[in-house]
Every structure is written in C-alpha cells, then in structure tokens.
Design a protein around this ligand. Structure first.
Ligand code: ZN
Length: 62
C-alpha cells in the first residue's frame, strides 16, 4: 500500500502560509479607481482617493 495521506490532506500550516502569501500580495488592479484631475482634467487611475493627477501633485508640491 502506498502511503499518500500527506498529499491528500491540506495541512493547517500550508493553509496559513497560503493566507500569508495572499495578504502579502500587492494591491490588485481591480482596486484602482478612475479619477479626473481637478487641475488639468486628466483621467488617471489611483488606488487611493486623489483630486489631482501625479503630474499636478508633483507640481503642487514644489
Ligand atoms: Zn493634473
């Protein structure tokens, strides 16, 4: 008889590791929001609430 219980069972350690990997993964593109810059009207994508595009934000910081 072949002993293959280890491959059949889903070990709790493996499950935890999988959760860790999932949590460590970068933000998915689906979480990006479409936004329009209030300064130049450029449409851009951002994963956070923004009023200005990257260009205008960079300019405004100067
Ligand atoms: Zn802009």
């Amino acid at each position: 008889m072949v002993k293959n219980d280890a491959t059949k069972k889903s070990c709790a350690c493996t499950q935890r590791l999988r959760d860790l990997i999932r949590a460590a993964q970068p933000v998915k593109e689906s979480s990006l929001k479409k936004a329009t810059c209030e300064c130049c009207g450029n449409v851009f994508w951002s994963n956070s609430e923004r009023e200005y595009c990257f260009d205008c934000e960079a300019k405004g910081r100067k």
